[in-house]
Design a protein around this ligand. Sequence first.
Ligand code: FAD
Length: 278
Amino acid sequence: MIPPIANRFVAGDSPATALEHVRGLNERDVKAIVNLLGEHYDDREPVESDAAEYRRLVDDIAGSRLEACISVKPSQLGLDLGEDVFRSELADIVDAAADHGVFVWIDMEDHTTTDATLDAFEEMAREHGGGVGLCLQANLRRTRADAKRLADVPGKVRFVKGAYDPPADVAYTDGARIDQEYRDLLEYAFDHYEGGIAVGSHDPAMIERATALHERYGTDFEIQMLMGVREETQYELAEEYEVWQYVPYGDRWMSYFYRRVMERRENLRFALRAVLSS
Ligand code: FAD
């Protein structure tokens, strides 16, 4: 059971509850990115267990004909145990997903994982000619260069502001600067990418920027938001644009929930209200 403090952001503790949530979204024209919660494993057992669950999930998504894909975390697939472990588990999932035509996103974790994540994504995306997407964080100083590197790689790129708290030598820490980076990255992507742009933000200013760039360059894009955040807006945007909701499930909700609370005080107030009324 997911406690009331977290259940606004987490779609239950099983694949069945997550897919039920997805069905409701699809009925409102919102597609879903399903994520099994889990990260930073320091032994092989949970890595293999989560990887197996993702392969089953891909089967279930294909079998139920839901408009859904999956999103995985490198440290969930064993990056802390070694790049070879991560790559091999990721390759198995991407192969299984490709067989079923299900898209695989790779989340971006803290800045120490960026190189390994980019390299694995590039290899996988080139091998499969697409079918895979990677997240880039606007708060990292390196991201403009990474966005250029990915311009001719098949697959999609999700742009986010960044949910981790990297040190100032590798990251911008001022919110206005991060927003400016985000705007510039979108401009670069709409100008240079042939599609495959995902705007992973709840910020009305960034959504507006993306729609204006779409008008100017004609490049396709999708909007991605998290479960539990601006959901009415998601449904409204879905009347005009392609909208995907990121749907986490599973009982390892603590770190994910912590990041949501840290990025917005209102999320903490909501969580506390849920506890007090339970
Ligand atoms: P913020 O800068 O937090 O807020 C800007 C404005 O947006 C606010 O002023 C408000 O107007 C509006 N807003 C934001 N939240 C709310 C709310 N709860 N209610 C009402 N209005 C709100 N980060 C990573 O580091 N790696 C990842 O792989 C990753 N994947 C993500 C996938 C998706 C689909 C999304 C949506 C985010 C992901 N993130 C990821 C998180 C991201 O980096 C940000 O931490 C998070 O999205 C908050 O930034 P923001 O752009 O949404 O808006």
